[in-house]
Design a protein around this ligand. Sequence first.
Ligand code: NCD
Ligand code: ZN
Length: 346
Amino acid sequence: MVQTIEITTPDDWHLHLRDGAAMVSVLPHTTRQFARAIIMPNLVPPVTAVPQAKAYRERILAARPSGAKFEPLMTLYLTDNTSAATIREASASGFIHAMKYYPAGATTNSDAGVTNLERTFPALEAMTALGMPLLLHGEVTTQGVDIFDREAVFLDTELGRIRRHFPKLRVVIEHITTKEAVQYVRAAPANVGATITAHHLLYNRNAIFQGGVRPHYYCLPILKREEDRLALVQAATSGDPHFFLGTDSAPHARGSKECACGHAGVYASHAAIELYAEAFDAVGALDRLETFASFHGPDFYHLPRNQSRLRLERAKWQAPATFSFGTTEIVPLRAGEVLQWRCLAP
Ligand code: NCD
Ligand code: ZN
């Protein structure tokens, strides 16, 4: 049995860092293992303009643990009013790498999201011309669509419209969760990619209801059926360059998860690469971890692959029950449970 593996340092292509003291608490978990991360813009208020993204980036850089070379790759939040001029300014900035599309009301802090697809067309046209990727929270918000069907319906409706109008636009369907999405992405040309989280590789929807309601397994898009999980594992471990790592680690204070109307989001940054290693190991595919975690993402984003290396060893350790999160605390994935892999300092 393989006891250690060494891979090119990976990147996280979908991360929620939050801001202020909360961000300072969680950032070291990411910088320990990832060289870069695509930073989600769903702050309150959302990061919709280049100067806001610049200031947010500077706060992240200032919060890095000493010695960490971590590079935040910033995004802007697409709204009905994002102009082509903003896209040009973002593209010229050098530090903004993508635009994020949230259908209004789809998930945490998405109230400012897109209400009418047509209104984003000037922005999408500029993005197509400049080669800037559009990152999609791929779920419809239409009343009456079942929560477990929101992703599949999005592919057929909204994404279909976007790609018909802008076939050359580079799009990433973020945190895919269904076998329909796997099939869709696999059949798509190279300008379409998808990220996959560790929790969607490791769990199906039964985890949310194991012996009672488990709010720390509630995220959006919600965990799906076992057949969906198996399709995701197959996609991630297949070597297909459409698919790459994005944790969607989304910390929420414990009190806003463990309550009558808990927020969506799984916190996984404390053990992200270890959890991916476990998912790959479970199907005998550790030799495919590096391409998924360290090559396909930079290739899609037209960025260089990292030069440094990261080592992982097979070793059991117990994830802490909580981590501090600003003035409060977060409950991570696998809280108090055993993990199978451990990341070593390079
Ligand atoms: C994210 C969050 O908390 O910001 N939550 C989640 O469940 N993934 C928002 C998002 O990416 O949908
Ligand atoms: Zn997210």
